[in-house]
Ligand binder design. Structure first.
Ligand SMILES: NC(=O)c1ccc[n+]([C@@H]2O[C@H](COP(=O)([O-])OP(=O)(O)OC[C@H]3O[C@@H](n4cnc5c(N)ncnc54)[C@H](OP(=O)(O)O)[C@@H]3O)[C@@H](O)[C@H]2O)c1
Length: 317
């Protein structure tokens, strides 16, 4: 009986592996637009796709990012300034892409740009923190997608959304998980709406990887900045040593848990863009596969118990 079950599992994975091998043809005629290419996954993906022969349009937030990308890529790659929170910037890039792609349309957009601070307990935030992060992580994704969707429909192409395992479970307070849950919802409704047009919508949900998003120095500064602006009554609720405990957790867990092999994520992005049969969801990282996703399927009483066990203790008054 167990051998039979094992055989079925092995056959399933073998079938899936074979089905997922073929790649689309004519890479040189396919344009891929990526947001947030200054650093991290976006930067590595731009360079990787350029090597594979795709026509990459790399949206960079800074001039420095554009220049360093140009130096390491072929002449086929186009860089452009892009601020996903600015309607004018998004429209300007879309006009340029429309000119470039012509009748072929746009093969894929990768909504990768994102920010991860400020992040702290919910009551450390003000509404403007939520609005500012949602502007980048959620409205940026929606705005960029809507602006190029007609071009993607023309190519019967793809929308690749970079969410997070924190779009499936919410272990930290503040706007980050809210924004990523929003990306998941937008992704899922768009996937259904676009299916009749032959457009595929794919979601990447990485675990912890070593980029600016998990940089311990950035997170330590973020915690100190948030703490400094808190009113005294909230500081008293948490206790004066809370910041030091939070810094210890950041130094001990966040940076150590993060996987340095960014290619695990980039390979998933590349598969979503170029496989003839892409997956609807990708969860790169062992922490995502073995911890965060299974935890997200548990009853709330179980997830709460586990997350509270790991939470930073608050000094009892
Ligand atoms: N690293 C992880 O563990 C992890 C896990 C799950 C999901 N993610 C997601 O993966 C995506 C990529 O992040 P990453 O980890 O590669 O970190 P990253 O290196 O910080 O990449 C984010 C990119 O977005 C750019 N950006 C920020 N604000 C922007 C704006 N308003 N308009 C356009 N671009 C903007 C950044 O530019 P600057 O560098 O110039 O600021 C940077 O190039 C994000 O959506 C993130 O939430 C990351």
């Amino acid at each position: 009986m167990y051998l039979y079950l094992l055989g079925v599992v092995v056959l399933f994975y073998l079938y899936r592996w074979v089905k997922e091998q073929p790649r689309v043809s004519d890479k040189g005629g396919k344009f891929v637009y990526i947001t947030g290419c200054d650093s991290g996954f976006g930067n590595l993906l731009a360079r990787h796709l350029d090597k594979l022969g795709f026509r990459v349009i790399a949206g960079c937030f800074t001039e420095k990012g554009e220049e360093s990308l140009k130096k390491t890529c072929s002449g086929n790659l186009i860089t452009t300034h892009l601020d996903v929170t600015s309607k004018e910037s998004v429209a300007k890039v879309t006009a340029m892409i429309t000119d470039q792609v012509g009748e072929r349309g746009l093969w894929a957009v990768v909504n990768n740009a994102g920010v991860a601070v400020p992040t702290g307990p919910c009551d450390w935030h003000i509404l403007d923190d939520y609005k500012a992060m949602l502007d980048v992580n959620l409205y940026g994704v929606i705005g960029v997608t809507l602006s190029v969707l007609p071009l993607i429909k023309k190519a019967k192409g793809r929308v690749v959304n970079v969410a997070s395992v924190f779009g499936r479970i919410s272990p930290v307070g503040g706007p980050y998980c809210v924004s990523k849950y929003g990306v998941e919802a937008f992704n899922d409704s768009l996937r259904i709406n676009m299916a009749p047009f032959g457009v595929k919508v794919l979601c990447i949900e990485p675990g912890f990887f070593k980029t600016n998003v998990t940089d311990s120095q950035i997170h330590i500064k973020n915690v100190k900045d948030l703490w400094d602006r808190l009113p005294q009554n909230i500081k008293d609720d948490y206790g004066s040593d809370y910041v030091q405990k939070a810094i210890k957790v950041i130094e001990g867990k966040v940076s150590k848990l993060a996987d340095a092999d960014l290619m695990k994520v980039v390979d998933c992005m590349e598969h979503a863009i170029s496989a003839t049969c892409p997956r609807k969801r990708y969860s790169p990282g062992w922490d995502a596969k073995l911890f965060w996703l299974p935890l997200s399927y548990m009853p709330s009483c179980v997830t709460d118990y586990i997350l509270l066990k790991e939470a930073i203790p608050i000094a009892r008054k």
